[in-house]
Design a protein around this ligand. Structure first.
Ligand code: AKG
Ligand code: FE2
Length: 222
């Protein structure tokens, strides 16, 4: 643990400090980018699991889920692997995001009910074109969370996340996918894209969802 982080966690609960920053960012502008926000034990565990498992771990990503599942090479070229808590690192990530969910519900009354999350791997030359994670009125994905796992990433490595103003081509911010950086945004509000990565680019991405089950449909799907 770095001396600064040690001081931080000695003085008060550092999870709460990060969660507070996230809640403030969402309230003020609908998104936040916090370098180094992913707790070091979690990001280290996630990183070492990627290295251990290698790229065979990942499957080609589709756009949409289950019934809508569509392989679209034109829109996205990343590989994903859904997280279900079967490894120690996945457990740590799920426990931390569960605490974040509770905090956001308590502070912002968002009514977040569940969390779906996957690993993502962009091979060199991969990208994800401008898209929205949710559509207004559908009330499915409410908050997007992304944690980056790329030590030593530089500007030349590309792979920036570009976040746009709603319904526009105005760029709000560009984020380098550096190790430990966390991005959180309201899923319906911000179109975004991943620019071409020139090196292997790893992350965990997740979405907090409402419970939109009806008599006829279980949503989120089990
Ligand atoms: O990895 C990123 O920076 C963004 C990924 C993304 O937009 C997605 O998976 O929907
Ligand atoms: Fe996205």
């Amino acid at each position: 643990m770095s001396p600064v982080r040690q001081l931080f966690s000695d003085n008060f609960n550092s999870d709460d400090a990060v969660f507070r920053q996230i809640a403030d960012g969402l309230t003020r502008q609908g998104y936040c980018v916090i370098p180094g926000a992913l707790p070091e034990d979690i990001s280290d565990a996630l990183l070492s699991e990627i290295i251990t498992d290698g790229t065979g771990h990942f499957k080609a990503a589709g756009v949409g889920r289950q019934d809508d599942y569509l392989q679209s090479h034109f829109i996205r070229r990343d590989n994903i692997h859904w997280i279900d808590g079967r490894t120690a690192a996945e457990q740590l990530w799920l426990q931390w995001t569960q605490k974040l969910q509770t905090f956001l519900n308590r502070e912002l009354f968002l009514g977040l009910f569940s969390f779906e999350t996957h690993w993502a791997h962009y091979q060199p030359g991969s990208f994800y074109k401008k898209h929205c994670d949710a559509f207004r009125g559908e009330a499915n994905r409410i908050v997007t969370v992304i944690g980056y796992l790329n030590p030593g990433w530089t500007v030349e490595d590309g792979g920036d996340l570009v976040i746009y103003r709603e319904d526009s081509d105005d760029i709000l911010t560009k984020v380098m996918p550096a190790f430990g950086t966390l991005v959180v945004f309201m899923s319906e509000e911000f179109p975004h894209e991943v620019q071409i990565a020139h090196k292997h680019r790893y992350s965990v991405t997740g979405w907090f969802r409402l419970n939109s089950s009806t008599e006829y449909k279980v949503d989120p799907p089990k």
